[in-house]
Design a protein around this ligand. Structure first.
Ligand SMILES: *[C@@H]1O[C@H](CO)[C@@H](O)[C@H](O)[C@H]1NC(C)=O
Ligand SMILES: *[C@@H]1O[C@H](CO)[C@@H](O)[C@H](O)[C@H]1NC(C)=O
Ligand SMILES: *[C@@H]1O[C@H](CO)[C@@H](O)[C@H](O)[C@H]1NC(C)=O
Length: 515
């Protein structure tokens, strides 16, 4: 029954919801919602699950639950694949230059970089350091060199492919502007999604042969994950997990944040009443460094609008999000064909800060948990975050942990800021994301590769149980624990069509003997 419904909405053109949004946006002239104090989207959302929330505030966690949830993953019988350095065959003669222009945010561009190296290898071409396009939402103009340690990148891959930072003078004409202004024979613009190895040999190699250069754009998601030689798969892993490291200032800031999370600085008062700052060593565990969870919360307006879910901010919020959809996507947003209930049933709504707080509490995290909020901007601001902060008072972020002077180099730079979050999240004991997007996938892949714990929220189950307003805390907790079984870090092997960057087992690893 439900499937039939979905089917109808999917193909039946404009659904009731979409129609409603169109009507609303026609009758809500620009600026109206934000100028009226009563209808302001910034009035702040109310708690949507106040009964559960009240119980969560009082919930007790047993020592056994605590030690279970914090326990690191056990050895799963494999380790990262590391190639032997003995057999480095001489590099074949270069067939020409490969240039790519990468869309998306940091994590999508990261996958594009890995695929670009693989394509250069397939074609025996020389790779030009990829060009990172400015994303219209995030507006960060940082280049590859501004984000990644380019020397490390070139050096680590020197036996695999040749990489150059800039084209030689004779090809200097091959720029983004050149391709933007007219149709050019050196541009490959028809690469299909998940193109095969043969597609590149048949369609791009001839361009290299004729012109000595091929500029591929768009390039995101243009290389298949299946039916690739194992060397190419391993090269993609090597790029993603070994060759791409951030520039020193990002790593240093990340390291400072990690250290302050593990050894928090608190204000104390000594015997004679003088205040001083001290670093707390040794929390419950008695083992020195404290543990922390990194929580990725992408809940900006763009995401909220695109998901088309109702996040409890009332009529003003609905109007504001519909208006945003109208402005940015001319209202053509797939999800807005569905009702909120349908979206929740399909697990398509990102968890709100309140919901992720309830999830963490139900999983057995108590209010002494140190939480790092890996997040750019939260739509609804502090009003929306405060529910989570009430449940987890030891919640930190870049701003609370580092001074504005320390953050000066990343200020206003969404990609660099995301890079810092990536670094901190890679060093957390546990990672969890409130929405299964690019950051979630990147972390899941990278942390799996290093056998680190990552919680994968069961979005379908959570969408459904959060709709049930009559659930008691104990039923909720039971349903969560049941629904998260085998989603608390257990390894999932890659299935056909899935991304090697999200599921690096088995392609990127090898069996560990003696386990
Ligand atoms: C944690 O919760 C307990 C009740 O379960 C409460 O007594 C305590 O004050 C809370 N701690 C913090 C830091 O909020
Ligand atoms: C790339 O070089 C290798 C080794 O020289 C060769 O076997 C292969 O055919 C070349 N591939 C292309 C597309 O030229
Ligand atoms: C809500 O949850 C309760 C258990 O707490 C269950 O008995 C009830 O059937 C659920 N309602 C719906 C509509 O799923």
């Amino acid at each position: 029954m439900r499937n039939m419904n979905l089917h109808r909405h999917h193909h039946g053109g404009v659904s009731f919801t979409a129609l409603l949004f169109i009507i609303l946006s026609v009758f809500a002239p620009l600026g109206h919602a934000s100028s009226s104090p009563i209808l302001s989207e910034l009035n702040g959302p109310k708690l949507r699950h106040s009964r559960l929330f009240k119980s969560a505030l009082q919930h007790q966690v047993s020592d056994e639950q605590l030690s279970d949830i914090w326990a690191p993953l056990s050895n799963q019988g494999w380790k990262p694949f590391v190639e032997s350095t003995v057999t480095s065959a001489p590099m074949p003669e270069s067939s020409g230059y490969i240039q790519v222009f990468l869309d998306g945010g940091l994590n999508q561009q990261r996958m594009g970089i890995c695929d670009a190296v693989a394509v250069a290898k397939i074609l025996n071409a020389t790779l030009v350091i990829p060009y990172l396009e400015v994303n219209p939402v995030w507006q960060d103009t940082s280049s590859f060199e501004d984000i990644f340690d380019v020397d490390h990148f070139v050096n680590l891959l020197k036996d695999d492919i040749s990489i150059i930072r800039e084209l030689p003078d004779e090809y200097a004409w091959s720029t983004r502007e050149y391709y933007a202004s007219a149709i050019r024979s050196t541009r490959v613009k028809n690469a299909p999604l998940h193109a095969s190895l043969n597609w590149y040999l048949e369609n791009v190699y001839p361009v290299l042969e004729s012109y000595g250069i091929a500029a591929i754009s768009p390039f995101s998601h243009r290389l298949a994950f299946d039916n690739m030689p194992i060397e190419i798969q391993r090269l993609r892993c090597k790029v993603n997990f070994e060759a791409l490291v951030f520039v020193p200032h990002v790593r240093n800031l990340g390291e400072a944040l990690v250290s302050r999370l593990r050894y928090p600085i608190v204000e104390s008062i000594d015997a004679v009443g003088t205040k001083y700052l001290r670093q707390v060593v040794d929390t419950k565990s008695g083992h020195g460094a404290g543990k922390f969870v990194s929580l990725h919360l992408r809940f900006d307006k763009d995401m909220a609008a695109h998901s088309a879910c109702d996040f409890g901010g009332g009529k003003a919020e609905k109007l504001a999000l519909a208006k945003y959809r109208q402005t940015i996507w001319q209202g053509r947003v797939m999800n807005s064909r569905f009702t909120d209930e349908e979206l929740r049933n399909q697990g398509r709504c990102p968890l709100t800060p309140e919901e992720i707080g309830l999830l963490l509490a139900a999983l057995g995290f108590d209010n002494s948990t140190r939480l790092y909020l890996a997040s750019h901007k939260v739509y609804g601001g502090e009003a929306r975050i405060s529910a989570l902060r009430q449940l987890f008072p030891y919640m930190e972020d870049k701003k609370s942990l580092a001074s504005s002077a320390e953050r000066a180099q990343i200020k206003g730079k969404a990609s660099l800021s995301a890079a810092v979050d990536y670094y901190v999240s890679m060093h957390s004991d546990i990672f969890i994301s409130a929405s299964p997007g690019n950051m979630h996938n990147a972390m899941l892949g990278h942390r799996t590769y290093l056998n680190m714990k990552t919680i994968r929220p069961n979005m379908v189950l959570l969408g459904q149980i959060f709709m049930n307003k009559s659930m008691s805390w104990s039923d909720f907790q039971e349903a969560v624990v049941e629904g998260q079984r085998n989603r608390l870090g257990e390894i999932k092997e890659r299935k056909p069509k899935q991304s090697i960057y999200t599921y690096p087992v088995p392609d990127c690893v090898c069996q560990q003997l003696g386990v």
